[in-house]
Design a binder for this molecule. Structure first.
Ligand code: DI6
Ligand code: FE
Length: 401
């Protein structure tokens, strides 16, 4: 028997439709079959709402549920020891020589079982869900072998089976060169990254393909080879680009029709123009900027002027962004990158959905998923303004409270 429609009323709705908040005061929302059936001023409510189950929200704010569009939340171990060593004076080079950095997490991830990786990941997922997140992107990239990359992606897929959340996976084997291929990045791309992508795709484990285009990682030419393989499998691409330098990664991503280019501290006008022409979303990651104590901020004003959609995410990873709060990421994006609170909310809803190629969410509109967050605040700006405070009252996932 179909569930009765649900009517939510006595609330303020930030629909994120159009370019602003899309605010509706004294709003009402009708939810049916997991989708939004109607949203608007309560005075305009259609008669079909009369038989719905009624939920009085006592004047609270309703937004689309949040979307964390860039995480590495499946991984083994943590890097707290490096964090302490750096504060005691160790350099990145000393830490890397001692086997630290990404490769430390690779070793821990390879050693962990699927069950161990899942248990650790669920704690991180639960923290995001508690802040009103309903869709999470999760990358591989700490396996760096066919077996371990597929293990990570299988764990990511299991999360959505045991939690009320949508998971979108990104294949990030091109994250770092593993020890067994030290100094042989091209061979690693051709002998592991590309063949393992085919295996992962055949198992239904991949929603998009990502890479780390950086001097300490992979060149534009190596990324281009991986992206050609991705497009051959009809998989969309995205890219960690211009985080620490400018290799033209964002323009490369845009030329491949990328869903997003991410980080972008060193993005230049050519990259911005290419992203604008391709409709590629700029995903800003203030957690890594903060953790690394970077000084070069992304060119937000130029991105705005070019009409490039701006999203933001936690980049939750054990090395450069152990940030498990999307609300705090929103505050950081405003304070560190000078995003407005409206841009920060759009960046974790409407534009984050675009960065994942998901047109069925990220706004409150008829026909879209009823993924909603109810907040005990009056104005949406309070979501970015507060530091370390979670005002979530309720989260609705696919119409289910
Ligand atoms: N950029 C980063 O900052 C992280 N990966 C990437 O592509 C670093 C990940 C780590 O240090 O574990
Ligand atoms: Fe990342």
């Amino acid at each position: 028997m179909a569930a009765k429609p649900a009517l939510y009323f006595n609330c303020r709705a930030a629909t994120l439709k159009g370019s602003g908040y899309g605010l509706i005061d004294d709003a009402a929302l009708l939810v049916e079959g997991g989708r939004v059936a109607w949203v608007g001023p309560r005075a305009g409510l259609p008669h079909t709402a009369s038989g719905a189950t009624r939920h009085d929200l006592d004047g609270r704010l309703v937004t689309p549920a949040l979307i964390d569009c860039h995480t590495h939340l499946v991984h083994g171990g943590n890097r707290a020891g490096e964090f302490e060593a750096r504060l005691l004076g160790a350099t990145y080079a000393e830490i890397a020589r001692a086997g630290g950095g990404i490769l430390a997490t690779v070793a821990a991830t390879r050693a962990a079982s699927e069950a161990e990786l899942l248990a650790a990941a669920l704690r991180r997922v639960d923290a995001l869900i508690s802040e009103g997140v309903a869709t999470i992107e999760i990358k591989s990239g700490y396996g760096l072998s066919r077996e371990s990359e597929l293990k990570m992606l299988r764990v990511a897929r299991q999360i959505a089976a045991v939690r009320p959340v949508t998971v979108r996976t990104s294949y990030l084997a091109a994250h770092a060169v593993p020890p067994e291929f030290a100094g042989r990045a091209d061979a690693y791309i051709d002998e592991v990254c590309i063949p393992a992508l085919g295996a992962a795709e055949a198992e239904g484990l991949v929603d998009a393909v990502d890479g780390f285009c950086e001097g300490i990682a992979f060149s534009p030419a190596q990324i281009a080879r991986l992206f050609s393989a991705a497009r051959g499998l009809d998989l969309p691409v995205k890219l960690h680009a211009e985080q620490l330098s400018n290799l033209g990664g964002a323009a490369l991503a845009a030329r491949h029709g990328a869903l997003s280019a991410d980080h972008l501290e060193w993005l230049d006008d050519a990259g911005i123009a290419a992203m604008a022409a391709a409709g590629t979303v700029a995903v800003l990651l203030p957690g890594a900027f903060y953790t690394l104590r970077e000084t070069k901020v992304p060119p937000v004003a130029a991105l705005r002027a070019a009409g490039v959609p701006i999203a933001l995410a936690t980049d939750l990873n054990p090395g450069t962004s152990p940030l498990n709060s999307l609300l705090l990421a929103m505050n950081m994006a405003c304070t560190l990158f000078r995003l407005t609170p409206q841009e920060a909310l759009a960046g974790t809803t409407r534009n984050a959905a675009a960065a994942l190629g998901l047109p069925d969410r990220g706004q409150i509109a008829p026909g879209l998923r009823a993924d909603l967050a109810v907040w005990s605040v009056n104005h949406p700006a309070e979501l970015s303004y507060q530091i370390g405070f979670n005002p979530l009252h309720a989260r609705i996932f696919g119409g289910q409270p």
